[in-house]
Design a protein around this ligand. Structure first.
Ligand code: MN
Length: 272
């Protein structure tokens, strides 16, 4: 389920893509198997809920990942990677963060973090994978001010302290979450504008689980197409040509999976 971008909302802070992967309600889900493909101008965050996956990329990285760990890959000018899930059951969240002008033309990098801080808030346990909450700071490197927290919520109201300079998104993973007065179901996103210093989250008996994402508004107009985050069509066309023509911009991925070819951008399609 693609919960962001939506028609009305392209970014929250620099967060620009939120995808729920895996069974959720599928009876026999396909294993996650994503062959080599390129990225520019963004960081990808892989956050597993169950199962195990193997990340490989054109920096030469080969990194298994399990729930509670973070894979943070930053594309800059260009990177290519592949992902393979070990065994079902498998589920997780794929998140993208747009890089600001200051870093988006830079070097690619990859980080794996398996010691992330936890903090108890009211009726919740929070695992902080990006940014800081109540003194618990993630070591993950970011190019803009961001927050990314996975909350296990028990029955009752949990008030998450937040930075008024941040805009926020609540992404339910299990159970319905009441965000202030708004009811947010899994597959949907609860959006909270800047100016809030307390985020009340309520779940019913049986509890729930949700991500809270936030950040200072990006303040740059981005253009996204396929796996590329850029500022205009020319940049995307150039990246498309580099991948299609197998130049050394993206490099080789150590993977036996089949390479994913880019579709032609619609603005390059020949006139009928
Ligand atoms: Mn990818």
């Amino acid at each position: 389920a693609r919960v962001m971008p939506t028609k009305g909302r392209r970014t929250v802070g620099a967060w620009c893509f939120v995808d729920l992967m895996g069974p959720m309600d599928a009876v026999e889900p396909d294993p996650l198997e994503v062959g080599p493909h390129p990225h520019i101008g963004l960081s990808t965050l892989t956050w597993l809920l169950e199962g195990e996956a193997l990340h490989t990329d054109s920096l030469g990285t080969e990194q298994p990942i399990r729930p509670g760990q973070l894979n943070l890959m930053t594309a800059g000018h260009g990177i290519a990677h592949a992902e393979l899930a070990a065994e079902p059951p498998f589920s997780g969240v794929q998140l993208w963060v747009a890089q600001p002008e200051a870093t988006r033309h830079g070097e690619a990098r990859f980080e794996h973090l398996d010691a992330l801080p936890q903090v108890a808030i009211d009726h919740a346990e929070a695992l902080v994978f990006v940014g800081a909450l109540e003194g618990a700071a993630s070591p993950a490197r970011t190019d803009t001010e961001l927050l990314g927290v996975d909350l296990q919520l028990r029955h009752g109201v949990t008030v998450v302290p937040t930075d008024p300079a941040f805009e926020l998104a609540v992404v339910p993973l299990e159970g319905t979450v009441k965000v202030g007065e708004a009811i947010v179901e899994p597959g949907w996103i609860g959006l909270v504008p800047c100016g809030v210093d307390e985020l009340p989250l309520e779940v019913q008996h049986g509890g729930g689980r949700a991500l809270v994402l936030g950040g200072v508004p990006l303040g740059e107009r981005i253009q996204m197409w396929w796996n590329f985050v850029a500022r205009d069509r020319d940049e995307i066309t150039e990246a498309y040509h580099h991948w299609r023509d197998r130049t050394d911009r993206f490099g080789a991925v150590p993977s036996t999976l089949e390479r994913i070819e880019a579709p032609a951008p619609p603005w390059l399609a020949p006139p009928r």
